[in-house]
Design a protein around this ligand. Structure first.
Ligand code: COA
Length: 419
């Protein structure tokens, strides 16, 4: 029998969530092996869920759910525009209740509601590699770590430009939010930050830290010569200088709206006194940083790691929401066992400002499963590579190459916010 899924609406008063939301949050935390917290701390942590959708499966006579899922409406950058997405997180099942279909129940229910609401794409970041493909998600962005030995770093542009200002973390959102909103539009896959996400970034007070504040966070804002803010960095001292004389700094977020702001923020980080290493674990796989340096050797680049998974729910709406660099008409046969994206679709980019995707009876140029479409969507993977991997079938010779030119993105997709 399919488990019954229920919705919970969080009520937040004066920064504190209601008792049902707190019980839900405690159950979710336990599924992720999070720290135990008292009810007051949990109620403050759960306040971040204001305005979001909480789902769960409850058993009779137990106030705590045995399965949880949280989702909210987010904005995601796509090539040439942005798109409403159903952002999904907090999928957890009580350790005594696993492998009985509870994850499936809450996720299928959430996706069905997103379809009813007309949300064309769902997005999540995953702790597990292959878990979500069976639900139609395809891996769409990657991230990797960068680590700079700052004392050996020499910038090609010799002189700093613009102006840097340290920010009090408490006032940072008002200064940084408009910058983040502009900066994220440069990277397909980037998403907006809600109030809870800003608080987590700035104070470190989240459920995962047991609401213990992180007092080692710093923030800096860069403005150009006219005084217009162009970028910010938030970082924490991961290991102090006392033992080694060279502290380790971890970048938590760095958003830049121009090449100049990017360069000056990195120059600032590289010039911090008492610091030996600056690392960023969620950087893009194509950071310009190596190219800013005379010698890239002080910079260590980590292996790329999976980041954002996308589930296309409405093919015409999703395909029409982005822009394409070339004019073409390609027919895609999409296989989706859940039905949402199932069909044969013609993507026509004859009008570059209003591309159209519609059902067609024409013979397909390519055939693919819906996860592969999610992977292609932002331009993060070359369709010819998917064809070589047997994940995309070329029905018309050369069609994968045409798709590669059509879906090419203006910059490598990147989402620096793990949720
Ligand atoms: C991951 C988790 C949510 C799975 O919940 P569950 O209720 O056991 O999953 P279900 O029974 O609904 O399984 C759905 C499918 O996923 C598969 N699956 C479940 N957990 C899996 C895992 N860890 N790795 C690979 N496959 C998995 C099941 O075999 C099943 O496959 P099927 O479609 O072929 O039948 C649960 O183990 C959990 O809470 N883990 C800790 C928190 C966590 O990691 N959450 C995921 C965050 S991204």
């Amino acid at each position: 029998m399919t488990p019954e899924v229920h919705r919970l609406v969080p009520h937040v008063t004066d920064g504190t969530a209601d008792a049902d939301t707190v019980t839900w949050a405690r159950a979710m935390q336990a599924a992720f092996l999070g720290p135990r917290m008292d009810a007051g701390d949990l109620a403050r942590a759960a306040a971040a869920y204001a305005g979001q959708r909480l789902r769960g499966v409850w058993e009779t006579a137990d106030p705590a759910p045995v399965a949880t899922l949280r989702s909210w409406d987010a904005r995601m950058t796509v090539p040439g525009g942005e798109l409403a997405v159903d952002a999904i997180s907090s999928i957890g099942v009580r350790s005594t209740h696993r492998r009985r279909g509870l994850l499936r129940a809450v996720l299928v229910d959430d996706l069905a509601e997103a379809v009813r609401a007309g949300t064309p794409v769902a997005a999540l970041t995953s702790t597990q590699g292959s878990l979500y493909e069976r639900f139609g998600f395809g891996l769409a962005t990657w991230t990797r770590s960068v680590s700079l030995e700052t004392r050996a770093a020499r910038f090609r542009a010799p002189d700093p430009t613009g102006r840097l200002r340290t920010l009090d973390v408490a006032t940072l959102p008002s200064a940084a939010a408009p910058v983040q909103d502009r900066a994220r539009r440069r990277h397909p896959g980037s998403m907006d930050r809600d109030a809870g996400s800003w608080t987590a970034l700035l104070t470190g007070e989240t459920g995962w830290t047991g609401m213990v504040p992180d007092r080692h966070r710093h923030a800096v804002l860069w403005s150009d010569a006219t005084g217009r803010p162009g970028g910010y960095a938030v970082y924490r001292v991961a290991r102090g200088w006392a033992e080694t004389g060279a502290a380790e700094v971890a970048v938590l977020d760095l958003q830049a709206t121009t090449p100049e702001s990017y360069r000056e923020l990195w120059r600032h980080l590289a010039s911090l006194d008492l610091v030996g290493t600056v690392s960023w674990s969620e950087a893009s796989v194509d950071e310009p940083l190596p190219w800013l340096l005379h010698d890239p050797r002080p910079l260590a680049l980590g292996a790329s790691r999976a980041m954002l998974w996308l589930r296309i729910l409405d093919v015409p709406a999703a395909l029409a929401a982005r822009r394409y660099p070339v004019i073409d008409r390609v027919v895609l046969r999409v296989h989706d066992p859940a039905g949402h994206a199932e069909g044969t679709w013609a993507l026509d980019t004859a009008d570059p400002v209003a591309p159209a995707a519609s059902p067609t009876r024409d013979e397909p140029d390519v055939a693919l499963d819906v996860p592969a479409l999610g992977s292609l969507y932002l331009g993060g993977v070359d369709p010819r590579v998917l064809a070589r991997a047997g994940r995309l079938e070329e029905r018309t010779p050369g069609a994968a190459g045409r798709l590669a030119r059509l879906f090419a993105a203006p910059s490598v997709p990147w989402n620096g916010i793990r949720f």
